[in-house]
Design a protein around this ligand. Structure first.
Ligand code: NAP
Length: 435
C-alpha cells in the first residue's frame, strides 16, 4: 500500500561540488521536479565536515556534522551521499538503509568495491540504492543498462569514462603537447586533482569499468578483475605515430564477452580508428559505446563531471526513489540474480597491437626482430622504420594476436643481438575492422 507522504525529505551527505550542484538544480527546477514526483522535495539537512565554511547561496540550509542527526530524522526519506571515499561514506549509507531510508550516491569507489553489500542491504531493508552518477557524471548509463537496454545480450561495452585523461590525450593529439605539459594544464583548468594518480594511472576508469561490466553482463565484477594500465607511458611520439597510421589514442574502459572464456575487462590506452564513434569524443567529455544483440551499436555521450551535470543524474535517482516511496515500489538490483562470473585471463585476451621499438640501424637486425615475432606466433600487418639519432625506430602493427604471444615476442626481442628493445606497446581496437 502506498505511504501517505505529502513531502519527500532529503538528507544530503556532503555539500561540495556535486552537493552544491544538487541544491542549485533542485531549486532552479523545483516546479518541474515536484510536479513530476507528485510531491515537493525538501532538503531537510546537509552533513558537512566543516560547518563554519562559507557557502554562498546555501546559508538557509540546516548544516549538521553528526550523521545521527540525519539517520534518526523521521522526516528524511532519502539520503543522498556526495562525500566520496569509502569511509565513512559506506557506513553512513548502510546506517541510512538500516533506518529505512533510500540511498542515492555518486560514489564509484563504494559501488565498485562494495556494490554487492550495498545492493544486499537495500533488498534486506526494502529501500532503494541508486547510483546513476557514479559512472559518466551526467550521462544516463546506469539506468540504461539496468532498464532501457536490459533486453539485450551484450558483447561489448567501451567507454571514455575519465575526463582528465581524455582532456590530456586530446591536448597531446590536437596541440602536440607533451604529457607533462598536458597534465599541468589539466590541473590549472581544475580538471585534474593535485594528486592525479588515480586518473592517469587508470584506477578511476577501472572502478567505472567494474560497475559497467557488472551491469552489462549481470555478474559481479570487482576492481581486482580489471586489468589496468593508465596513460603515464603514452608519449608524444606514440601519439604522432597514431596520427600517421590514421588512429587516435584514447584511454578506454573495455568489457567484452569472449565466447567460452568469460568476461574480459580492462582499462588501457587504445589506438582507435578515426571513424569509431568514440574517436571524436574530446576534452573532458565522456561517452559509452555499447553493442547489444537487439539494439545493435549505440553510444551515450555527455559531460562526465561537474556540479550541475552530475546533479542531473543524482536528482534523476532522487525522483526515482521518491516515486518508489510514494507508490510503495522499489527498483532494486537483487544480487542473488547475478550470474556466476568467469573472467577471461589476460594471457588469453586478443587484440591487434602497436609496438614501437628501438634497435641498431644495421643490416639483419630488423630481420631478426621480425623472425622473433614470427616464432612467437605474431603476424605483422605493417612495419615502419626510420633512422633516429642512435639507431633505428621501428613501428609494428600486428594482426589479431593473444596477449601472451606479444609478451613472448617482446621477451625474445630483448635477448637478440642489435640492442633491440620495445619502447611502447598499445592495443589497437579492431571492433570496427576485419582481421
Ligand atoms: P567535494 O567537492 O570534495 O565535496 C565533498 C563534501 O563532502 C564536502 O562538502 C565535505 O564537507 C563533505 N565531507 C567529506 N568528508 C566528510 C565527512 N567525513 N563528514 C562529513 N562531511 C564530509 O566532492 P565532490 O566533487 O562533490 O564529489 C562528491 C562525490 O561525487 C564523490 O563520490 C565523487 O567521486 C562523485 N562525483 C563527483 C563528480 C565531480 O564532478 N566532482 C562527478 C561524478 C561523481 P566540507 O564542505 O565541510 O569540506
Amino acid at each position: 500500500m502506498a505511504m501517505e507522504k505529502t513531502v519527500i525529505g532529503l538528507g544530503l551527505l556532503g555539500l561540495g561540488t556535486v552537493g552544491t550542484g544538487v541544491v542549485q538544480v533542485l531549486r532552479d527546477n523545483a516546479r518541474e521536479i515536484d510536479r513530476k514526483v507528485g510531491a515537493p522535495i525538501a532538503i531537510k539537512k546537509a552533513l558537512v565536515h566543516n560547518a563554519a565554511k562559507e557557502r554562498p547561496g546555501l546559508e538557509d540550509l540546516e548544516l549538521v556534522t553528526d550523521i545521527d542527526a540525519i539517520v534518526n530524522d523521521p522526516e528524511i526519506d532519502i539520503v543522498v551521499e556526495l562525500m566520496g571515499g569509502i569511509a565513512p561514506a559506506k557506513e553512513y549509507m548502510l546506517r541510512a538503509m538500516a533506518a529505512g531510508k533510500s540511498v542515492v550516491t555518486a560514489n564509484k569507489d563504494v559501488v565498485a568495491q562494495h556494490g554487492l553489500e550495498m545492493f544486499g542491504a537495500a533488498v534486506k531493508n526494502g529501500v532503494d540504492f541508486l547510483f546513476e552518477a557514479s559512472v559518466g557524471g551526467g550521462i544516463p548509463i546506469i539506468t540504461t543498462f539496468k532498464q532501457c537496454l536490459t533486453a539485450n545480450r551484450f558483447t561489448e561495452v567501451m567507454g571514455i569514462v575519465n575526463g582528465t585523461t581524455n582532456y590530456m590525450l586530446t591536448k597531446m593529439t590536437n596541440e602536440s603537447m607533451d604529457y607533462d605539459v598536458a597534465l599541468k594544464e589539466a590541473q590549472a583548468e581544475g580538471y585534474a586533482e593535485a594528486d592525479p594518480t588515480a586518473d592517469v594511472g587508470g584506477l578511476d576508469a577501472a572502478r567505472k569499468a567494474a560497475i559497467l561490466a557488472s551491469l552489462a553482463f549481470n555478474t559481479h565484477i570487482t576492481l581486482e578483475d580489471v586489468q589496468v594500465e593508465g596513460i603515464t607511458n603514452v608519449s608524444a611520439v606514440d601519439i604522432e605515430y597514431a596520427r600517421k597510421l590514421d588512429y587516435v589514442v584514447k584511454l578506454l574502459a573495455i568489457a567484452r564477452r569472449v565466447e567460452g572464456r568469460g568476461i574480459d575487462v580492462r582499462v588501457h590506452p587504445t589506438f582507435l580508428t578515426k571513424d569509431h564513434p568514440l574517436a571524436s569524443v574530446n576534452g573532458v567529455f565522456n561517452a559509452i559505446f555499447v553493442r547489444g544483440n537487439a539494439i545493435g551499436d549505440a553510444m551515450f555521450y555527455g559531460r562526465g563531471a561537474g556540479g550541475r551535470p552530475t546533479a542531473s543524474a543524482v536528482i534523476a535517482d532522487v525522483v526515482e526513489a521518491a516515486r518508489g516511496i510514494l507508490t510503495d515500489s522499489r527498483s532494486r538490483i537483487n544480487p542473488e540474480f547475478f550470474e556466476p562470473k568467469q573472467i577471461c585471463p589476460i594471457e588469453e585476451t586478443e587484440s591487434r597491437y602497436y609496438l614501437r621499438l628501438r634497435m641498431d640501424d644495421r643490416p639483419g637486425v630488423l630481420g631478426s626482430v621480425a623472425t622473433a615475432f614470427g616464432w612467437a606466433g605474431v603476424s605483422l600487418k605493417s612495419v615502419l622504420q626510420r633512422h633516429v639519432d642512435d639507431g633505428a625506430e621501428v613501428v609494428i602493427v600486428t594482426h589479431t594476436t593473444k596477449h601472451s604471444s606479444i609478451v613472448a615476442a617482446s621477451q625474445s626481442v630483448a635477448a637478440l643481438p642489435g640492442n633491440a628493445r620495445v619502447c611502447s606497446v598499445i592495443r589497437v581496437d579492431k571492433s570496427l575492422e576485419n582481421g
